[in-house]
Design a protein around this ligand. Structure first.
Ligand code: PLP
Length: 386
């Protein structure tokens, strides 16, 4: 018998009636773009993430690009980020003409290593070619980065901090969401993310109204927003007064309507994921693998449950024969991917990242993983002696 790696159908069965009604309401209204559900969802998302404001957009990649555009980050600027992440994290940096600088991660949490970040910033300053501007921390696999340490460095160096919480939206550290430390927290509603929609979507959370206004302009072709209209009158739709070069990055009303229903059960699903993670940790205790460690005071949303094994590929093949799907996040770190290999790296390289790429293995993880299936996974891992 086979099982799914991420079972989206189980959730859909649970709320299908509500989803159908929400979609039907959008179809009836005809407000397919920027309908009232978009604002309603933004308000609810902000409240969930302890933010004053949320700005929805087309995907989690644009969500990282929008604050970079709004801050005017560009050529000659350095943006520090991990290499052990999905391509979207560094990808947006060259979009705006800036340079990503790759920094190693901590061996236990897979998240940005503050000491290595410190060294990378010092290295860039000593070289004198680039100006440090922004740090992008990633909440990899669902758990918060070490925000207190990273924020202290950003404050000392005058750098902006982005929390790329595409995998970690809903995670907390000492009860606070990443935005408590970051200037913006971004997320993705790609279907397989902990809070996913039925297509592409993303959002930026911030406490800064001025930044929100600017990003609102950038997401709609640089349309005029309130600050642009101070001291002038414009009697037409402000979409047709273009005050900067923007893009088209809106969340569809249908996706917002779907997300309102999914957000309503999100906290419960986070708790279910924690139960699954606890059962893995208990069941795999003493097996010859490393189970995930969450930062002290942290609560993960468990986008992935990632174990480590010396013979990772052997273990994956063994599990496959038992009908158990696994995945490798990430087999090739970003700093060695061809289009990124010429970008700078922190001095001393990224040995932890390179080692992790060889050993990590993600197990089936979703809120509705049946205990019997999970026991089968645990037993199969324990039976592997390769
Ligand atoms: C998925 C992901 C993104 C991008 O999200 P999309 O909605 O697919 O554009 C960004 N960063 C990380 C770490 C991700 O996992």
């Amino acid at each position: 018998m086979s099982m799914s790696f991420i079972d989206l159908a189980a959730q859909q069965r649970r709320i299908r009636g509500k989803i159908d009604a929400a979609i039907a309401a959008v179809l009836d209204s005809g407000a397919y773009v920027m309908g009232p559900q978009v604002r309603e969802f933004e308000a609810k998302l902000a409240a969930f993430g302890q933010a004053r404001l949320a700005l929805s957009c087309a995907n989690g990649t644009d969500a990282i690009a929008l604050p970079l555009m709004a801050w005017g980050v560009g050529p000659g600027d350095a943006v520090f980020c991990p290499s052990f992440t999905f391509a979207a994290t560094p990808e947006v940096v060259p979009w705006v003409g800036a340079t990503p600088v790759f920094v190693d991660v901590l061996p236990d949490t897979f998240n940005l290593d503050p000491a290595r970040l410190d060294a990378a910033i010092a290295g860039v300053k000593a070289e004198g070619k680039l100006t440090p501007r922004v740090v992008i921390a990633v909440d990899l696999f669902g758990q918060p980065a070490d925000y207190p340490a990273i924020k202290a460095i950003c404050d000392r160096e005058g750098l902006k901090l982005i929390a790329d919480s595409a995998q970690g939206f809903g995670c907390t550290l000492d009860g606070k969401h990443p935005l408590h430390w970051a200037d913006v927290a971004t997320t993705s509603f790609f279907p397989a993310k902990p809070l996913g929609c039925y297509g592409d979507g993303g959002a930026v959370l911030t406490n800064d109204q001025e930044l929100w206004d600017l990003m609102d302009s950038f997401r709609v072709h640089g349309k005029a927003v309130a600050p642009d209209l101070v001291g002038r009158t414009f009697d037409h739709d402000t979409k047709y007064l273009n005050t900067r070069i923007g893009m088209n990055s809106r969340l569809d009303t249908i996706q917002a309507a779907i997300l309102i229903e999914k957000l309503a059960i999100f906290q419960e699903e986070i708790d279910l994921r924690q139960g699954v993670a606890d059962r893995y940790a208990e069941g795999l205790k003493g097996a010859v693998i490393a189970t995930p460690k969450v930062i002290d005071g942290g609560v993960s949303v468990w986008a992935q449950y990632v174990i480590e094994h010396e013979n990772r590929d052997g273990l994956a093949a063994h599990l496959k024969t038992q009908g158990i799907p696994t995945a490798v996040y990430y087999p090739v770190p970003m700093h060695v991917q061809a289009p990124y290999a010429h970008f700078p790296r922190a001095a001393d390289g990224l040995p932890v990242t390179e080692a992790k790429a060889e050993t990590v293995l993600a197990l089936p993880m979703h809120p509705y993983l049946a205990e019997a299936d999970q026991q089968r996974i645990i037993d199969a891992i324990r039976a592997f002696n390769g």
